[in-house]
Design a protein around this ligand. Structure first.
Ligand code: TRP
Ligand code: SF4
Length: 328
């Protein structure tokens, strides 16, 4: 037994991870591995709640995501890495929790209302989509998590999780701790077009992009929009390329760029080239490790199988307690 606090978090399988995902969640997870007893999983059932019409990529994307996790430095020795649908006990707990969850809790969930309004091209009037937070609650409390590292957009879901856990405990006795939200700072990183970085916007730089692709993408990045001519001074504070320098180029080069930009001593083309090289260098170890796992599918299979098994053992113990509490 470990005395570390247990945390649980999941990601929907969107395929290759981009820098936004990395700075938004994964980097924090990697840092947490030494401090917490971590259960990190790929939420492939959650992907189905909105993409049920064409699930043909989910399996491939789940695997790709696991490989990117490993490449970026999540360690199967340090935590438990698994795939949600491989631990079917989540579904049994989801069913039982759905019995006690009032529908208005789900209907008033801000994330639900937002998504219904935003994703107009999908028919989200399904029971599964409404019940998304119940499944998420099951994911979390099945491991008796004490904390859940998530971005602020997920905070309402963790609040519902706490409410569901409390209601269960009230009806059937104390089985579940109420997990805390551990807010991860949201990424300052924008896409090449200065919108939020997102795979679906086509503005993302992926962790696994080869150097040539990174150079091309960086060359298209929008800089300080006020800086029209090479002789105009720029303002690094509003430039996305500069934000990347701050993250990847080290303090000396970053200070120099700052000055040279303000004095029009450097042009954006050159500035981007420098940034691209810093980024390529920073991503090199990730890319190398990712390639290793891509070339060793057996090792990946093995890691997933071990993670699934560890998670299933924990989940099954909790479900024994749950059935006993319900007397069924
Ligand atoms: N809803 C989360 C997201 O879209 C993914 C998720 C599913 C999750 N189950 C979870 C996150 C449990 C934390 C804990 O990002
Ligand atoms: Fe941005 Fe660099 Fe151009 Fe300045 S010189 S506006 S920091 S890309």
């Amino acid at each position: 037994m470990t005395s570390k606090k247990r945390i649980v978090s999941g990601m929907r399988p969107t395929g290759a991870l981009h820098l936004g995902n990395f700075h938004g969640a994964l980097k924090n997870w990697i840092n947490m591995q030494d401090i917490y007893d971590c259960f990190f999983f790929i939420a492939d059932w959650h992907a189905l709640t909105s993409d049920y019409e064409d699930p043909s990529h989910i399996k491939e994307y789940s695997r790709k995501m696991m490989i990117d996790w490993l490449g970026a430095g999540l360690s199967p020795e340090n935590g438990t890495l698994f795939i949600q649908s491989h631990v079917p006990d989540h579904a049994e707990l989801f069913l039982l929790l759905s019995m006690i969850t009032p529908v208005p809790w789900l209907e008033r969930n801000p994330t639900y209302k937002e998504q219904i309004a935003e994703l107009r091209n999908k028919d989200l009037s399904t029971f599964g989509f409404l019940g998304y937070p119940i499944l998420q609650a099951a994911d979390i409390i099945i491991y008796k998590a004490e904390g859940v590292p998530v971005g602020v957009d997920q905070a309402p879901h963790i609040e519902i999780t706490r409410e569901i856990a409390r209601r269960f405990n009230f009806f059937y006795g104390n089985v579940f701790p109420e997990p805390e939200t551990i807010l991860t700072e949201s990424a300052k990183i924008l896409g090449t077009d200065r919108r939020k970085m997102s795979k679906s916007y086509g503005n993302a730089i992926f962790l696994s992009d080869p150097p040539e692709t990174i150079r091309k993408k960086v060359a298209t990045m929008i800089t300080d929009p006020q800086r029209k001519k090479r002789t105009d001074p720029g303002d690094p504070d509003i430039c996305n390329v500069y934000s990347f320098h701050q993250m990847y180029s080290g303090p000396d080069m970053t200070a120099e760029i700052n000055q040279d930009c303000r004095n029009a001593a450097i042009g954006c083309v050159e500035c981007k080239q420098k940034m691209a090289e810093s980024l390529i260098e920073a991503l090199a170890p990730i890319r190398e490790t990712t390639l290793y796992y891509e070339q060793h599918p057996k090792i990946v299979d093995d890691i997933i199988a071990r993670g699934n098994k560890k998670a299933a053992a924990e989940a099954s113990q909790t479900l024994d307690e749950v059935r006993a509490a319900l007397k069924i």
